[in-house]
Design a protein. Structure first.
Ligand SMILES: [Zn+2]
Length: 151
C-alpha cells in the first residue's frame, strides 16, 4: 500500500499536527505534544514517519563523526540499528540502512504508546489509529512498515 502526501503546505499546516524530531525519535516532549493532539484536537491518526536515507539513523550506524550532542540522539536510535543488524545480517549496507530506518519507526510507534496511558487507551478503544512508515522525500510516497489501522 502506498500513499502520496500532498505538498500543499498550507493545507498540511491546517490538517496535520506535525512533531518533527531528527531520526523521528520518540521522546517525552514528542509524546506530550501528541497527547495534546489526541486529547484536545481530536487527532484521529498517529503516524511515526521516518524518511529514506535518514542521516540520524546513518550516523547511528557509524557513518558520521559524533559531535557533542549527537550521542544523546544516537542512543535513542541504537536499539533499532542493533535489532535490524541482527535480523538482516546478509544485507548490503544500503539495504541495511533501509531496514534500520524501518525498525526505528516500528520501535518509535511502540514507544509512543508505552508511557502514555492517554494514547494507549484511545488506541485500544479504536478512537485513534496508529501506524508507521518511511517516506521517500523525492516523490512523497510512503512505504508502510505498519499500515495505519485501529489496533
Ligand atoms: Zn532523518
Amino acid at each position: 500500500m502506498e500513499v502520496v502526501i500532498e505538498s500543499d503546505s498550507a493545507s498540511m499546516a491546517r490538517d496535520i499536527f506535525s512533531v518533527r524530531m531528527a531520526g523521528n525519535v520518540v521522546g517525552d516532549d514528542a509524546i506530550a505534544s501528541l497527547e495534546y493532539a489526541v486529547k484536545y484536537l481530536n487527532t484521529p491518526l498517529l503516524i511515526v514517519l521516518g524518511h529514506e536515507n535518514c542521516g540520524a539513523v546513518s550516523a547511528t550506524m557509524g557513518d558520521y563523526g559524533v559531535g557533542r550532542v549527537l550521542p544523546q540522539l544516537i542512543g535513542k536510535i541504537r536499539l533499532a540499528v542493533q535489532t535490524a543488524t541482527k535480523n538482516y545480517a546478509n544485507c548490503t549496507k544500503d539495504q541495511l540502512l533501509e531496514k534500520c530506518i524501518e525498525e526505528n519507526t516500528r520501535l518509535g510507534m511502540n514507544k509512543l504508546m508505552s508511557p502514555s496511558e492517554k494514547i494507549r487507551t484511545l488506541v485500544k478503544e479504536g478512537k485513534v489509529a496508529i501506524g508507521c512508515g518511511v517516506i521517500n522525500l523525492e516523490n512523497n510516497k510512503i512505504k508502510w512498515v505498519v499500515a495505519p489501522a485501529v489496533q
